[in-house]
Design a protein. Structure first.
Length: 461
């Protein structure tokens, strides 16, 4: 669906150009949802994003100077990505095309580019706004590239996903990325108060709602202006009329906000952000933060087995030999999740997360393997020393496989101290560097004892 808007904000249908037409989103419609009626038309009407569009800020200066580059707006839902693009259409002299990545394909892209070329021939820039640009595949994104390069269009893309992963590198390199933040509770409350006073909202009605209820709605909205206004509209429409006023009760707000939808995409950026937060909270021995991030994932619908697998990895990587019982706790939690599922298994995961947070920490096993892996991949692949090879056949024995092998259990200290098990080029390399955390202190003492035995054997003592 595409529209064209001139520099004064007038919308022109492009159906007569052979392109699909759309209804005007800028014309006031009293029957439209509150969020649509209250959509800002100028920069000064926008709430939030002051780091970008506040007085003297970089994006505001670009818009006011009519020097808007191709750019990507990245942020969570309801923070003003589409609104900001429409405001740019009002405040610049460029033609504006609103393009949906959900309903459009290569054919529509080419038709729009043809129209943009015609505008360019007339000396006019075209701003192409692509909502949910991450939904375009590589071929569709590539179709924009030559037109962005030669300046036929100024591309503004909006996405809730990390553009580093979802936008082609070539296209991304030609765009300035602006990160839009979720609105604060104070900003959301300000927006709702405006809605109560603005004639486009409830300004013509006597709506009475306590400040603490607006705060509750703001918290429920999770920084999403659209959700906040939709919720406000619902509680007002369900308010009770008393003496010509609309009274919004705490009970009405409680009913409307009873089920909060958490911002979480199991395949997207927020998924990795939150699992990272869980790992790092446990690593930092902070059980409160760890349980919070666990709840954020599970209550948003994450597969508990995924969480259990990540916890099991953590038990070995970050707790390791400092508490060898940690892995058992994690594996048991995994089995519990498999047996009974959500919501009951949440308590098993919470138990494991708290245990791992409070356990002593050692990453010595992880570091030992990474060091050994590096050597295995980068050094000469030497053969296994003859002394520790098996010799099940006569030929192998004739070739001295196993010659000189000493059975550790027959040794006084249960170690054949003088027997070399590493290849010659790596002899003496130490991969495992124990810490003194928890049970690993005992492992360290044992390792030092073994090293002393081997040093004595090496020097013939």
């Amino acid at each position: 669906m595409v529209d064209r808007v001139d520099g004064q904000g007038r919308l022109f249908s492009m159906a007569d150009e052979g392109l699909p037409a759309a209804s005007s989103a800028d014309a006031f419609d009293p029957t439209a949802p509150l969020a649509a009626r209250l959509r800002p038309r100028m920069l000064d009407e926008m709430v939030g994003q002051q780091a970008l569009i506040g007085p003297g800020k970089v994006l505001r200066r670009m818009i006011e100077a009519d020097q808007v580059p191709s750019m990507i707006f990245w942020g969570p839902p309801g923070v003003g990505k589409t609104t900001l693009a429409r405001v740019i259409a009002h405040q610049t002299r460029a033609a504006f095309i609103d393009f949906s990545a959900v309903t459009s394909g290569i054919k529509e892209i080419r038709e729009v580019m043809k129209r943009a070329e015609a505008e360019r021939a007339l000396g006019r820039t075209t701003i192409l706004f692509v909502d949910e640009i991450h939904r375009f595949n590589k071929a569709q994104q590539d179709a924009f590239l030559p037109f962005v390069e030669k300046g036929a269009i100024t591309l503004i893309g909006a996405t809730t996903e990390n553009p580093s992963f979802e936008v082609n590198g070539a296209l991304l390199s030609r765009c300035k990325v602006f990160v839009l933040k979720a609105l604060t509770e104070g900003e959301v409350a300000q927006l709702m108060r405006r809605a109560l006073d603005d004639p486009r909202g409830f300004g013509g009605q006597d709506v009475r709602i306590a400040d603490d209820l607006l705060t509750a709605i703001a918290a429920f909205s999770n920084g999403d202006a659209r959700r906040a206004l939709s919720t406000l509209e619902m509680v007002v429409l369900n308010g009770e009329e008393q003496d010509g006023a609309i009274m919004v009760s705490p009970e009405t707000v409680a009913q409307v906000t009873s089920q909060r939808s958490l911002l979480y995409d199991k395949l997207g950026d927020e998924h990795y952000n939150i699992i990272s937060a869980l790992h790092k909270s446990m690593r930092n021995s902070d059980p409160d933060a760890a349980v919070y991030w666990l709840a954020r994932m599970l209550e948003a619908g994450e597969d508990p087995l995924y969480v259990a697998r990540r916890i099991t990895r953590f038990a070995a990587e970050d707790v390791g030999l400092a508490d060898t019982g940690a892995l058992n706790v994690a594996v048991n939690a995994f089995h519990a999740c498999h047996f009974i599922g959500m919501p009951e298994c949440a308590v098993h995961l919470a138990e494991a997360v708290i245990y791992l947070s409070l356990a002593p920490k050692s990453n010595s096993s992880y570091l030992a393997y990474e060091h050994a892996k590096r050597d295995a991949l980068t050094t000469l692949a030497e053969p296994v020393p003859l002394v520790i090879r098996n010799a099940p056949t006569r030929l192998m024995k004739e070739l001295e496989y196993g010659a000189g092998y000493r059975y550790a259990h027959d040794e006084e200290e249960k170690v054949a101290a003088g027997m070399q098990c590493l290849p010659d080029s790596l002899a003496g390399t130490e991969y495992y560097q124990p810490t003194e955390e928890g049970r690993e202190a005992a492992f360290k003492a044992r390792l030092e004892q073994l090293k002393a035995l081997r040093d004595a054997a090496l020097h013939g003592e």
